[in-house]
Every structure is written in C-alpha cells, then in structure tokens.
Write a protein that binds this ligand. Structure first.
Ligand code: CA
Length: 156
C-alpha cells in the first residue's frame, strides 16, 4: 500500500470502512525438505486415480499452522464472488498466485479441480494432505458434498 492509500485507509478505518491487514508477508519456518518422490507417493496414496502434476523436484514443507497464518494474512477470501467472472476457479488460482511468493513458493501447494468445484490443497511437514477452501480459508481433510467427490486435476 502506498502512502496515499494508507492515509485513505486510515480515514476509512475511522468510519469502519477499511479492513487493513499487515503489509508484511508472514514468516515461514521450513521444518524439512520433501522431494518429488515422497510428495507424489503421499498424493497417490490419497488420490490413486487423480492426474497429478508436480513441477519441481524438491520442495520445502512447513506446519499447518504456518499455512493458517498465511491464509489469515492473505485477503483472497474477501474478493466479491461473481459467477464465471470471479468464481471458484479464480479464487483458487488467485490464492495459488498469492502464496507463490518466495520463500513461500517452495511449499507443495496445489490448485485442485473436482467434478463440481475448484479449490486448493497442500501437504504439511507431517506428510498430511489438506484441502483449503479459498473462499473461506477453511482447512479440511476431506471434500464436502457440495465440493464434489472426484478429483480431476491436481497441479503444483
Ligand atoms: Ca471463473
């Protein structure tokens, strides 16, 4: 945010109109490395029939709590929903883009398409996979009914 934006936001805050998040990217703590073999076996165990696309040979992983802190910092969930123009696929790619800032870009964080929906997901330092619903920041272990049941695409 530039100086003028900051002043405008400060004035707007007096009237309760500006939700100002911290400008500074949250610090990430990498607890270990994870190579493509380990990562793909975690994903294949969880989604044996899904097409999985992993672009990198080596990743770094962090705790689920670090991902939670990023989601709290990021404002993707506040973008107004518009059918086609800014809907589930756009929320997913935006969140993927937001987290693709070095050094966060090194974590295994995915865009996922199902038969009904698009959302995100990640693997944490314990080797657990989680979905992330980018419209609400909800972290979940399984898809909910409205999010579909079949994975059609996982892209890293
Ligand atoms: Ca769209």
């Amino acid at each position: 945010m530039n100086a003028l934006g900051s002043i405008v936001c400060s004035i707007a805050q007096v009237f309760g109109g500006c939700h100002l998040k911290d400008d500074v990217l949250p610090v990430i703590t990498f607890t270990r490395d994870m190579d493509i073999n380990e990562l793909s076996s975690i994903l294949i165990d969880k989604f044996p029939d899904a097409p999985i696309y992993l672009p990198d040979l080596n990743y770094k992983v962090c705790s689920k709590e670090d991902i939670n802190r990023f989601l709290f910092w990021d404002d993707t969930e506040n973008v107004k929903y518009q059918l086609d123009a800014f809907d589930c696929d756009d929320y997913s790619w935006r969140l993927k883009g937001q987290i693709t800032i070095f050094p966060w870009s090194q974590i295994p964080f995915f865009v996922i398409w199902t038969d009904k929906h698009a959302l995100c997901g990640f693997v944490d330092d314990k080797g657990s996979f989680y979905f992330v619903e980018p419209q609400s920041n909800k972290i979940q272990t399984e898809l909910e009914d409205w999010q579909g049941s079949q994975i059609r695409f996982i892209g890293g």
